[in-house]
Design a binder for this molecule. Sequence first.
Ligand SMILES: [Zn+2]
Length: 490
Amino acid sequence: MWSHTFNKRVALGILTFACAASSLAYVPDDRWSTTTSGSTGNYGDPATLAWSLVPDGTRIPGEENSNLINYLDDLFNVSANSTDLTNRPWFSLVEESFTRWSDLSGLTFVYEPNDTGSSLETSSGVLGTRGDIRIGGAYLDGTNGTLAYAYLPDIGDLVVDTGETTFYSNSSNNYLQLRNVLMHEIGHALGLLHVESSSESLLMEPTINLSIDGPQLDEIRGIQGLYGDAYEKSNNGLGNGSYLRATDLGQLVSGGDLAIGTDATGGQTVLATESDFVSISESTDYDYYSFTIDAASLVDLTLTPLGGVFSQAVEGGAESAFDANSRNDLQLALYDTDGTTLLKLANETGLGGVEQLSNLELSSAGTYYARVSGSTSSMQLYELQLSAAALVLAETGDFNGDGLVDLADYTVWRNSLGDAGANLAADGNYDNLVNAADYAIWKNQFGSAASTGVVVGTTNVPESSSLVLLGIAALAITHTRLRRTTNRLD
Ligand SMILES: [Zn+2]
């Protein structure tokens, strides 16, 4: 056990440390299998982890006993007289370092205020007693060299070099130097190993990079591959894998659009303010999204695999181009308002290809469901975009879509008479041609207004044959929409 755990220790240093690992851009080692909250399931499943700060004097195997609390108090000029660490000015920096990882993934972190001071590395977490991830510190090698090190899951403990006073006392960018070290080591504690890239600046590089703040796109791929995206912990950890628990994207208005996963479109660099990243992590991972339209709409959905192409290698390996856009062949499905009736599936392209559902006619208001899934068990970031335009229910004769069948609709027909193509406003019989047959539909609908008694005065008559319509100008067509039983989807 000792040699095993020692091998799973990884360090962040000014110097480069060599270690062997498998070949994925983000180089995962393993994920937590059991935490203080129990079994964590499989790759892509969310997990809850507790973290604690070990009291000074706690044994750290191979080092002096921990002096981290006193070290940080000195660094921030705190005269400590309380065991409540949450009031320390440095506490929020530690907490933020965990929060950043949880904002980007299915992880939930809980601060465990208790820590019994049992030896680091060999004492697993116990709720109310000590955290899963325990943080201590000792003088490792003074200025430069190693900044900190961490153990991989299921140990996950962190040791900070309390000999790095100049480095950690730098307050620039809200103590970026301290936070990036903590976020890097937490990355190890969660199961990520080192990765190297000559083209990108990454948090999990063996040597600290201070041009970035926290996890970058490759590390977000890594953490979501292990624990899923942030929506996997929604619905009390049940995630969004069913239409009943769909992530609500909100109202899709005519002329408007909605999107999720958009922050992954900005290249490899991720700002600390960005957290809109979603992914498929497994072939069994289904991401459901709901959106609501308040009127019949013509809807477009676009699913774009993301991640970018960049140079990378495992630590000490030879770099090569890695195509993170092409990890998993995604599918896009649209379901009706019942959540289960498939309206249309898009699975036309292969790895790296965009899937689209274009010009879908959704004929009634309501909440619809889009489902994203993948064909293999590979992690794939993506963006889902939705847009809507007003859908003219041409078969009702309401060619201008204003909810009324009136002479204005005749004008639309007259002005587009002879036009050919898809989605023509006055193509009442959907034969992609505006002709006399469509006029007949309008006239018929208009005529039916007479029997309903819905009468509005008018002064125009389209043609002599419809003089009978004189005096009848408008009919609310709400009821005619119910006549439509099939969805035209192309
Ligand atoms: Zn490291």
